[in-house]
Design a protein around this ligand. Structure first.
Ligand code: PLP
Length: 374
């Protein structure tokens, strides 16, 4: 009989990151404080260059958070009032809020039940004369299937904008996500694979004119101190966060490898159980395992069982976007997007972060093996 008195295992934690690289963080932050230049300065510019090089893209534009990065990416490629943007219902609602902030209407296409990412055939069926862009989400760290989406958007003259908030460093074929569509958006929310000590975001793009527009938009639409040629917003990545993110970017590949190692351990330990890893890793790319998610019809019972054993979990996401109250006016009903609805009913995110001890991951998995539904 296993005892219950070991320490609680959280679903996610950021504290060990700071402790592990404390000297690097402290000197990076002190450098900003000593210069006392806080907005749009040298740290931000250097981080933009380093992040662009990492992703494999010509331009990176720092933003205040991932939601506004989505808004700015969409507006930079021409999305606005009266347009429709097709996206996944199985995502953080913030994806959809980024669409709404442009004035466009979100349209939801169901997910592929194996990858949990938007299904290109479902997208094709949702295109109307008002469709302007498709916004796939690289969910849980795994790329959406971009080849059919690229073919579709090119053939129909639509824009493809990637939501990379959970997929810093993930690949599709031999390229990193964020370098493949017409533009892309990243979040640096603290628990993301690349996380700041506060809010932050980034737009990545290859086209120089789109990049220029994103730079104007994030800085109030201002071209110089006096002139605002377009209506922008105030969404800038500050110097302290940029300095922190420059430190963390140096460790991103090893952090992602640590996430993958823990995910592989879960998969190995759970492989004969009925509670299996979901989504499956697709052959077209390499996940960075932002989350490790299992699915079971007894999800809530499993969650309670694990909580009683000191293991915290989370649900990403319990309510699909098309059934959120905020979007009731769009008129979707339960049953409209069955794969996304079933995922929302069944998914459970296990403890996962780069410093999670292998012993704790094993304890979580072995506890799941003791779970008997109903
Ligand atoms: C975190 C997240 C966002 C929003 O990013 P913020 O920085 O919190 O605004 C958008 N989309 C997805 C898929 C996310 O996980």
């Amino acid at each position: 009989m296993q005892t219950n008195n070991s320490a609680r295992i959280p679903q996610s934690s950021t504290q060990e990151q700071y402790v592990r690289h404390k000297a690097e963080f402290d000197s990076a932050i002190a450098g900003v404080l000593e210069r006392s230049w806080f907005i749009l300065g040298q740290e931000g510019e250097q981080f933009e260059q380093e992040f662009a090089a990492y992703i494999g893209v010509a331009h990176a534009i720092g933003c205040g958070n991932g939601t506004e990065a989505i808004q700015i990416a969409l507006q930079s490629v021409g999305v606005g009032h009266g347009d429709e943007v097709i996206t996944s219902p199985h995502t953080a609602l913030f994806t959809v809020l980024g669409i709404s902030a442009t004035g466009a209407t979100p349209v939801f296409a169901d997910i592929n039940p194996t990858s949990f990412n938007i299904d290109p055939e479902a997208v094709a069926a949702k295109i109307t004369p008002r469709t302007r862009a498709v916004l796939p989400v690289h969910l849980y760290g795994q790329a959406a299937d971009l080849t059919p989406l690229l073919e579709l958007t090119r053939a129909r003259r639509l824009k493809l904008v990637e939501d990379c908030a959970q997929a810093h460093g993930a690949t599709y074929g031999d390229r990193r996500v964020g370098s493949i569509g017409d533009a892309a958006a990243f979040s640096f929310y603290p628990t993301k694979n690349l996380g700041a000590f506060g809010d932050g975001g980034m737009v990545t793009v290859n086209d120089a004119a789109v990049a220029e527009r994103a730079r104007l938009l994030r800085n109030g639409g201002r071209s110089d101190y006096y002139h605002h040629p377009i209506v922008g917003l105030n969404s800038r990545l500050d110097e302290i966060q940029a300095a922190v993110l420059r430190v963390k970017l140096r460790h991103l590949d090893s952090d992602n490898a640590a996430r993958r190692q823990r995910a592989a351990l879960y998969t190995a330990l759970l492989k004969d159980s009925r509670i299996v890893s979901s989504p499956t890793e697709m052959p077209y790319g390499r996940s960075v395992n932002h989350l490790y998610v299992v699915r079971t019809a007894a999800r809530d019972a499993l969650r309670d069982f694990l909580a009683a054993e000191g293991i915290d979990t989370q649900i990403h996401y319990r309510i699909p976007a098309h059934l959120q109250e905020a979007y009731a006016h769009l008129g979707y009903r339960r049953g409209d997007l069955p794969h996304a609805e079933r995922a929302a009913d069944e998914v459970l995110s296990l403890p996962l972060w780069p410093e999670l001890s292998l012993g704790d991951a094993e304890r979580a998995a072995r506890t799941i093996l003791r779970f008997r539904a109903g």
